[in-house]
Design a protein around this ligand. Structure first.
Ligand code: BES
Ligand code: MN
Ligand code: ZN
Length: 504
């Protein structure tokens, strides 16, 4: 799908469909008014018959509207004008796409971007219309024998801006969102692929392919015997139960001076998590193919940073492996030595994410990072605490924490802070090692996971995003969401903007 912006008046659009809004009750938006005037009151007359009163998400497709050049006009109900929130706005775009799907329209010129959405500007409207459009058209059929034929003929989606002056700004945003959308789709594809295809080796190959396409992105993949890896006792222990070799993926994007401190992203890349000897219940275990979504988000974000040529240095690290039961797998009670030298008693082999992350988090110290964010489907407890709307955020630095919360709000890919107070650390005491990988109690599971990681991140500013609730949806809509790619992309774009502001 091609995204574009342009300015113009609705009745003169030579296109297959013009999309305009109608508020409750039967109040025409300004674009709809223009169509109405051009057509001699055709729309107002029609609405009087009661086919559409403007409730959120109602749609009405019209053909042959008099004196309007476009083949079709799609009216979209926008609800009460004063209650047009971001949630409603995204819904309108989704409904627009659902309605367009059933038509033969190859291009749509959508005036909904000119509506005024509570607390947001035109730029936000364009960004979020495009992201919602991208979500609406995403399909995953790589593992079906018959590919879904595209359900709609739509090739081009054009958003309008009020005047010529706004076109340039709009075009910048389209460029930016197109790169972000490609990243989101990549993360979704990697997440949706099953564990027998998307293995650690596959994940590494994908990262390498991306690096081959983007000259500013360097990709290294390390095997278990590499000098940088062989002392990662915690990371390596998780792979012992698997026939798939572990891979340690390092992606380096250089967009700034070589000596400038990088932003480092670390993503959990468990291509399948059966729990190991602490085996999971069978119900819903298939969803543990999504346990690499943190890693996928990191790979996707590095692709975005390089595509947009952000003036930053960004490093992505993805420790990838499977967690399966086997004769040589980790056993409850085993003690392993992490790269940091801390010994860990593995009380539960299903708390494997923190075992692979702790070594990756120690590894990244060498980059002297400006900030480190790890992204992980770490705990079921986080899903209990926050559900699917917010990722859990825990951090050892206030400023970083606020920047991430802000990026989440702006991108609509929200995070919510949980505490990381000293007192919680007590729960990780072990009689046999320096630290246990799980607490003896079941309370505060998401916090305890982060507390474990906090022991390995004292040397830099660090934040942990627990995406167990946000990275995928279950039930009838089962599938990867691509989150938190929108948040991470926004975070880096904000840092880039901050840098150019401080230079000016
Ligand atoms: N990948 C899971 C976390 C998970 C579980 C995410 C369910 C989404 C839904 C992680 O490796 C895990 O198994 N965590 C354990 C930790 C526990 C043993 C302390 C969990 O959440 O049960
Ligand atoms: Mn697990
Ligand atoms: Zn896991």
């Amino acid at each position: 799908m091609e995204f574009l912006v342009k300015s113009g008046t609705p009745e003169k659009q030579r296109t297959s469909c013009v999309v305009v809004g109608v508020f409750e009750t039967r109040r025409l938006s300004s674009a709809a008014q223009k169509l109405d005037e051009a057509s001699g009151g055709f729309l107002a007359n029609l609405l009087k018959r009661g086919d559409l009163d403007g409730k959120v998400g109602q749609t009405l497709l019209l053909h042959n509207v008099p004196d309007v050049v476009s083949d079709r006009v799609l009216l979209v109900g926008c609800g009460k004008e004063r209650e047009l929130t971001d949630v409603v706005y995204r819904k309108l775009i989704l409904k627009t796409f659902q309605a367009l799907q059933d038509t033969g329209a190859t291009e749509a010129v959508c005036f909904l971007s000119e509506l005024s959405v509570k607390g947001h500007d035109l730029g936000w409207n364009i960004r979020h219309a495009l992201l919602a459009a991208n979500d609406a058209i995403y399909r995953f059929d790589q593992t079906k024998s018959k590919k879904d034929s595209p359900r709609h003929a739509l090739r081009r989606f054009v958003l309008t801006v009020p005047g010529r002056r706004e076109v340039l700004e709009g075009e910048e945003i389209v460029k930016e969102v197109t790169a972000i959308a490609e990243g989101i789709n990549l993360a979704r594809d990697l997440g949706n692929l099953p564990g027998n295809i998307c293995t650690p080796t596959y994940l590494a190959q994908q990262a390498i392919h991306i690096g081959e396409r983007l000259p500013t992105l360097k990709v290294n993949v390390y095997d278990a015997d590499h000098t940088d890896i062989r002392d990662m006792g915690a990371f390596l222990s998780v792979a012992k139960g698997s026939r798939q070799p572990p891979k340690f993926i390092v992606m380096t994007y250089q967009g700034a001076a070589e000596d400038e401190a990088p932003y480092v992203l670390v993503g959990k890349g468990l291509t399948f998590d059966a729990g190991g000897i602490s085996l999971k219940q069978p119900g819903g275990m298939d969803e543990m193919k999504f346990d690499m979504c943190g890693g996928a988000a990191v790979i996707a974000t590095l692709q975005i940073a390089a595509t947009l040529a952000l003036p930053l240095n960004v490093i992505g690290v993805v420790p990838a492996r499977e967690n399966l039961p086997d004769g040589s797998a980790n056993k409850p009670g085993d003690v392993v030595t992490s790269l940091a030298g801390l010994t860990i008693e593995i009380l539960n082999t299903d708390a494997e994410g923190r075992l692979i992350l702790c070594d990756a988090l120690t590894y990244v110290e060498r980059f002297k990072p400006k900030a480190v964010i790890d992204i992980a489907t770490l705990t079921g407890a986080c899903v209990v605490a926050l559900g699917k709307h917010a990722s859990g955020l825990l951090s050892n630095n206030n400023a970083l924490c606020h920047e991430i919360l802000h990026a989440g709000k702006e991108s609509g890919d929200r995070a919510w802070e949980l505490p990381l107070w000293e007192e919680y650390q007590e729960g990780l005491k072990s009689n046999f090692a320096d630290i246990a990988n799980v607490a003896a109690h079941r309370e505060a599971g998401a916090i305890m996971g982060a507390c474990f990681l906090a022991r390995f991140t004292k040397k830099y500013h660090w934040a942990h995003l627990d995406i167990a609730g946000t990275a995928w949806l279950g039930g009838g809509e089962k599938g990867s969401t691509g989150r938190p790619v929108p948040l991470l992309a926004r975070y880096l774009l904000d840092r880039a903007a901050q840098k150019s502001r401080s230079k000016a």
